[in-house]
Design a protein around this ligand. Structure first.
Ligand code: TYD
Length: 211
């Protein structure tokens, strides 16, 4: 049996990634492809427990090194217990955020640097990289309404960081895509959900043709 394909969706806050990840998984299933839809941080019981610690930190919160280590630990469990076994059994995996979120948030916006984040990924997840990473991009001001609705009940420890932090995250995703056009596809997040979905399906088409 051939290995399944690994697709990640990335982008800043409020880009509609989770909606698009679900629509993508449904569309692949409709083509008869077995798909596991998952998310980060999370995806296994241990990683979901770490997610709660990261997004709603006890006490005074994590310093940036501890935060990066916790994201890497959550990913390590997720890769070992869920993502690799799924891929090895021939299933496709669609994941809402993955290593590029750690590179953008902790590495670039948080200032730890790409080298350290990739070193943690080498150790924690044996450097597993997606076959395709879709970056959903929209200007920060365009997503502010969506964020206001989503965060009406209170944003999490990372979502509530300053606008400059989030602008730096968004710029980092675009820079990663530019540096590695073989793995990344940037999709315009503007417009209606079905318009964005059509762009996502276009981005996935080469993977479908080669499988
Ligand atoms: P989530 O509610 O899933 O955010 P979103 O809906 O924007 O995807 O919360 C995940 C938060 O964690 C989000 O602010 C991005 C952040 N994050 C990192 O900082 N580093 C990471 O490696 C990952 C996976 C997420």
């Amino acid at each position: 049996m051939s290995r399944g394909r690994f697709i990640t969706l990335e982008g800043g806050e409020g880009m509609g990634k989770s909606t698009q990840a679900k629509l993508l998984a449904d569309a692949l299933k409709a083509k008869g492809i077995p798909v596991d839809l998952t998310r980060e941080p999370g995806g296994t019981p241990g990683s979901e427990a770490i997610r709660a610690l990261l997004l709603h930190p006890p006490g005074e919160g994590w310093d940036r090194e501890a935060e990066a280590l916790l994201f890497a630990a959550a990913r390590s469990d997720h890769v070992a217990r869920r993502i690799r076994p799924e891929l090895e059994s021939g299933n496709w995996v669609v994941c809402d955020r993955f290593i590029d979120s750690s590179r953008a948030y902790q590495g670039i916006a948080g200032g730890l640097g790409d080298k350290h984040i990739l070193a943690l990924h080498d150790l924690g997840s044996h450097g597993l990289l997606p076959d395709l990473t879709i970056v959903i991009d929209a200007p920060l001001q365009d997503v502010s309404n969506r964020l206001a609705i989503r965060d009406a009940a209170g944003s999490d420890a990372i979502g509530r960081r300053a606008n400059e932090y989030h602008a730096s995250v968004n710029a980092a995703f675009l820079a990663f895509a530019k540096a590695d056009p073989k793995r990344f596809q940037v999709v315009d997040g503007a417009g209606e959900i079905d318009e964005v979905q059509a762009r996502v399906m276009q981005a996935v088409a080469p993977l479908l043709e080669s499988s």
